[in-house]
Design a binder for this molecule. Structure first.
Ligand code: AVI
Length: 328
């Protein structure tokens, strides 16, 4: 970690492993087996996610990047000159650079507070940013979204632009999404703004291809969960005995990712002293990625007490970037 950053960590390594073990035990004991997607993002998983973002099929990152590239100056023009930047789920901060540059075109210095669950992604992006932008001050916050929320009211008194990009909102259940945005809204001052990137409903073939890239990076990302259980919890998952599945569920308007057992098998996880049976064809549900219609999106913002002042999109309306203020 670069000297100029101060890592605020809401994490204790020991309780992290214990929490992982408890979540695995709970999720694999359910009649419909489930593993929480937050465990994708260890060092290897974060790298795999970066690789997904570069696949030709995963239009999400590229489309949002292009929207921000074209509109960064108009977005920051809506903010006071001394605004600082806070980002939930920053990852490697690549799209954020467009906004950092637009903000630095208007003022000589800028404070940036990335909040992320992955300490490795935070550390590497902070040091890269500091090398690139000498007038940038970076304060990383290693935390899950809801824990990181607390720091919103304490990190800065001045106006801020809060970023929630990459359609990370899509990984929440719809009710959780309302709750999350509402929690942010209660911590916003009248002059603060929230910028949310949202993936929209589109052609089924485009959606499903994005989660089934030909190179198999998304499959590796999904299977990495089992590898993590093997390494960290002393499990014996045979990674060749499971396959990646990603399908669009139109009734729920979401891509579902699963790991399907290819044979009848028993897996043991020593650290929790448990064995789990898998029937051939049985799946572990690992992620939902909700896709929004304009109506659903407008409803989400209203329910969260947010007012949309502007929306930017691409020529196909694959993706939208929404600027929001707290409703008065
Ligand atoms: C991080 N999140 C928005 C990604 C998504 O599209 O839901 C995670 C992902 N899963 C598979 N590919 C990408």
């Amino acid at each position: 970690m670069h000297d100029a950053t101060r890592d605020i960590s809401a994490y204790e390594e020991i309780s992290l492993v214990e929490e992982f073990a408890a979540d695995v035990l709970q999720g694999l004991s359910l009649p419909k087996k489930y593993l929480p997607p937050k465990y994708f993002y260890d060092g290897r998983g974060s790298k795999l996610f970066e690789a997904i973002c570069l696949t030709p099929e995963y239009y999400v990152t590229r489309t949002e990047h292009n929207i921000l590239c074209r509109n960064a100056d108009s977005i920051v023009a809506k903010l006071p000159k001394d605004a600082s930047l806070v980002e939930f789920g920053s990852g490697n901060s690549s799209k954020t650079r467009l906004l950092i540059e637009a903000l630095l075109r208007r003022s000589r210095s800028l404070k940036y507070h990335p909040i992320d669950i992955s300490s490795s992604a935070l550390a590497s992006s902070a040091s890269e940013l500091l090398q690139h932008y000498p007038s940038l001050e970076v304060r990383t916050i290693h935390a899950e979204y809801f824990d990181g929320m607390e720091s919103l009211s304490t990190i800065t008194k001045g106006p801020k632009l809060i970023l929630f990009l990459g359609s990370n909102i899509g990984n929440f259940e719809p009710a959780e999404a309302v709750n999350f945005l509402r929690e942010i809204r209660t911590r916003m001052n009248p002059e603060d703004r929230l910028l949310v990137g949202v993936d929209m409903v589109k052609d089924l073939a485009v959606l499903e291809a994005a989660y089934n890239d030909a190179e198999g990076v998304t499959a590796e990302f999904n299977l990495n969960l089992l590898r993590r259980i093997n390494c960290e919890l002393d499990g014996n998952f045979d990674l060749d005995a499971f396959r990646h599945l990603a399908l669009f569920n139109p009734a729920k308007s979401r891509i579902e990712m699963h790991l399907e057992s290819l044979v009848d098998q028993t897996v043991s996880i020593k650290s929790i002293d448990k064995e789990f049976m898998f029937a051939r064809g049985e799946t572990i549900h690992t992620e939902n990625s909700y896709k929004y219609t304009e109506d659903k999106l407008a409803g989400l913002f209203v329910d969260a007490g947010l007012e949309r002042s502007e929306q930017w999109s691409d020529e196909h309306r694959y993706f939208t970037v929404n600027l929001l203020s707290p409703k008065r």
